[in-house]
Design a protein around this ligand. Structure first.
Ligand code: GLY
Length: 411
């Protein structure tokens, strides 16, 4: 079997490792990939346009392409691959807007009764400031478009709000993604990520995950792509699962059909659990990072068989290990702002599985940092506490200049 995986992070490394564990013989290509993916498959080295990737997949007779990263989706890569008769796990262009266009996504949620916090949309800096003068803090100010997980600003007062709006709408830090902002009521609670697989007619949720998005301990500081995660999410009680199924999953499924947005791929529900309810903050139309690295080691089911079944509209049931998982992300000092790369990493070769490379290259037997998030170390145990201890014991084996990790993942 030949697979192409699109993306360059720990998520793509984790998907690759899981596929190889489950199926043989398997040949995996990654675009663009990283130093870890190149060790288990082949990274495509030069730059490829969407069309060139499609021709590559045709020429190599790729059986299935898995879109890991959202960055490919708004170029309509799924439409192009499907037009050429290629199987690809991911949303077509219209459905990708559920992640790539927040106004589109919030309008969808409201139309189909998916429970979500109240919000307003602005395309003028002055109008958003005027609105904020009348509002009670805290609020979340969000860019309309994609911003690598950094487009969400939780602000507690006027000064913070002005700073966030300034960076989005005046300095244009996120480019066109910040042409519109969404100002959303802030909900106090616990974050929860639920990834799921779509088989063209149904949505099958994975185990729940708790992602730690802030750079600082105790959820302080700037938003990142994710500094660690644990599964299952301890706040996801049976009552909250039922609430999720009734008020989030069911109306989402109805909306996908009504709007002809159904696809073969993954939906990730970004949720907030308050004292007694669950709210949807956002959809992502791919698997999460580092949620994927946390979940796949717990999955007993054969991942590629599951994907093949989904293309045949077959019902999917997933078997999970009765264990807990904790993933700790090691990053370059300075991330999510400016950081240096090119640092030699020591200790990777003595790590126990599972671990996944995010931003590092392997040159002449040496591991060298190449990104903000560098490495994911995962521990499994009977409890979250056992899993976290295992993960942090592994973390002790690794070091590189100016490296950083949160010490409170799973606490
Ligand atoms: N962990 C957040 C994301 O994948 O977007």
């Amino acid at each position: 079997m030949r697979i192409l995986i699109l993306g360059k992070g720990g998520r793509e490394h984790a998907i690759g490792k899981k596929l190889l564990k489950d199926f043989s013989p398997m040949e995996i290509y990654f675009y663009p990939g990283n130093g870890g993916t190149n060790q288990i498959g082949n990274n495509l080295e030069k730059n490829y346009s969407t069309m060139e990737l499609c021709f590559f997949a045709k020429k190599k007779a790729i059986d299935i392409t898995i879109v890991g990263s959202e960055n490919f989706l708004l170029d309509g890569i799924v439409n192009v691959f499907q037009n050429y008769g290629l199987k690809i796990m991911g949303p077509h262009y219209e459905a990708a807007k559920l992640e790539g266009d927040r106004v589109f996504s919030k309008t969808f949620m409201i139309k189909y009764g998916v429970r979500t916090p109240k919000y307003k949309v602005f395309s003028s800096y002055q109008e958003s400031l005027d609105y904020l003068k009348k509002t009670t803090y805290s609020v979340a100010i969000k860019t309309n478009g994609l911003a690598e997980g950094k487009g969400v600003h939780l602000v507690k007062n006027k000064k913070e709000a002005k700073k966030a709006l300034n960076s989005i709408m005046i300095e244009k830090k996120f480019g066109k993604s910040g042409d519109k902002v969404i100002i959303e009521d802030f909900l106090e609670g616990q974050e929860c990520s639920i990834l799921s697989i779509l088989n063209g007619k149904n949505i099958t949720p994975f185990l729940s995950v708790k992602d730690y998005k802030k750079i600082g301990e105790n959820e302080k500081g700037k938003n990142t792509g994710g500094m660690g995660s644990i599964a299952p999410n301890p706040y996801m009680t049976n009552e909250i699962w039922l609430d999720f199924k009734e008020n989030i999953l069911k109306p989402t499924l109805e909306g996908l059909f009504a709007e002809k947005l159904m696809f073969f791929g993954f939906i990730y529900f970004g949720l907030m659990i308050t004292s007694n309810k669950i709210y949807l903050l956002e959809y992502n139309t791919r698997m999460g990072d580092p949620e994927t690295q946390t979940l796949l080691p717990l999955m007993n089911s054969n991942f590629i068989h599951m994907i093949q079944s989904s293309f045949l509209y077959k019902e999917i049931s997933i078997s999970w290990k009765k264990l807990c998982s904790c993933c700790v992300v090691l990053s370059s000092g300075g991330y999510p702002d400016k950081y240096k790369t090119g640092k030699v990493i020591e200790g990777i070769n003595s790590l126990n599985e599972p671990f996944y490379i995010s931003g590092a290259n392997n040159k002449k037997e040496k591991w060298i940092t190449s990104g903000g998030r560098v490495l994911n170390v995962v521990g499994l145990g009977n409890t979250i506490d056992e899993a976290r201890k295992k993960a942090y014991n592994e973390v002790k084996k690794v070091k590189f200049e100016d490296f950083y990790f949160r010490k409170d993942i799973g606490l």
